[in-house]
Design a protein around this ligand. Structure first.
Ligand code: SER
Length: 314
């Protein structure tokens, strides 16, 4: 990819996180290092270009950054995930939702043109069909994280309908990558298992063996995000949040695939409260609208995902 050296400045919140750290590299490659302003509440582990501290609930600082850098595009990745969110519901609401409402208001006022909002399979709930979960179903999320993201989705569509703000959003499944670690989510096991399999030869899983969840390989998740954000505006027919599907599996199926590479690997199960969250989430996702609107297609199946993860982490 060649860097398009426009002067279109991009702000990314949560730039040190599981997705942020990988997505920001793709954005730097596409738009040029000088055009990406990385922000997070703590310093990045390594040099990543232009970095500013930002706690997303601090609206004054957010305003100052958008003004100073004349930001035109924002990727708002800062969030507290599902399992951690349950420990502190109000803080989670403020970080995940209130910050976003403030960001939307600032964007209108200060001329931000395009926003990416990461949504999630956690917007679904116990009343949602769990297999091939359709794009449009009633949302009754079971976690504060899911509530905050579902509410963000409503505001996405509202800001598009009322103000034509170009907001784009994906409901990410659990994301699995070798580049970074997730933290505080329900799908984290599917990354942790690789690290433990390689370093210890065993993993104790906090979900039972048969809990099926939708997942996606990191490279596919980044590709989806970059593709949606560069799709022609008229192709983006919905703004609240696109379903996308990568693959789906259970802990037992994942362990079995890992054993093909590491035959001595052992998995044990000690389900905790995260299993109750997973029980309200889809097992697989119908992503036909994303396929139709912007040609979405995942590339990694379980075999490719596992061999790539083991190759990179070994
Ligand atoms: N990975 C997230 C979580 O487990 C779901 O979006 O909370």
């Amino acid at each position: 990819m060649t860097a398009s050296m426009d002067n279109h400045k991009i702000l990314i919140t949560g730039a040190n996180g599981q997705v942020g750290s990988v997505l920001s590299a793709a954005l730097r490659e596409k738009h040029g290092i000088d055009n990406v302003i990385h922000t997070d509440i703590s310093a990045p582990e390594s040099e990543i270009g232009h970095f500013e501290f930002l706690n997303v609930i601090d609206t004054d600082s957010m305003r100052e950054l958008i003004e100073t850098y004349e930001i035109k595009e924002i990727y708002h990745l800062a969030a507290i995930l599902s399992a951690n969110g349950e420990r502190n519901p109000r803080v989670t609401w403020n970080v995940n939702f209130t910050s976003y409402l403030n960001l939307l208001e600032l964007s209108l006022e200060l001329g931000v043109q395009k926003i990416f909002f990461p949504s999630t399979i956690a917007v679904f709930g116990p009343t949602t069909p769990r297999e091939h979960t359709p794009q449009d179903v009633p949302l009754l999320p079971s976690t504060v994280y899911g509530m905050s993201k579902a509410s963000g989705e409503y505001w996405n569509q509202y800001y598009y309908d009322q103000y034509r703000l170009d907001i784009r959003s994906i409901r990410y499944p659990g994301i699995i990558g070798h580049q970074s670690m997730p933290g505080g989510g329900t799908t984290d096991y599917a990354v942790e298992i690789f690290h433990d399999a390689i370093s210890k030869g065993s993993y104790e899983c906090y979900l039972g063996p048969d809990v099926r969840l939708p997942m996606i390989f990191m490279d596919d998740a980044i590709q989806a995000t970059m593709e949606l954000m560069s799709a022609p505006r008229e192709n983006v027919r919905l703004h609240y949040g696109y379903n996308i599907h990568g693959l789906d599996f259970t802990p037992a199926e994942l362990a079995h695939e890992i054993q093909k590479h590491l035959p001595d690997f052992k998995i044990t199960y000690a389900p905790d409260e995260r299993e109750n969250i997973a029980a309200t989430w889809p097992m697989s996702i119908d992503d036909s609208q994303a396929r139709a609107d912007w040609d979405w297609q995942a590339r990694y199946d379980l075999e490719a995902l596992v061999s790539t993860m083991i190759h990179h982490l070994s």
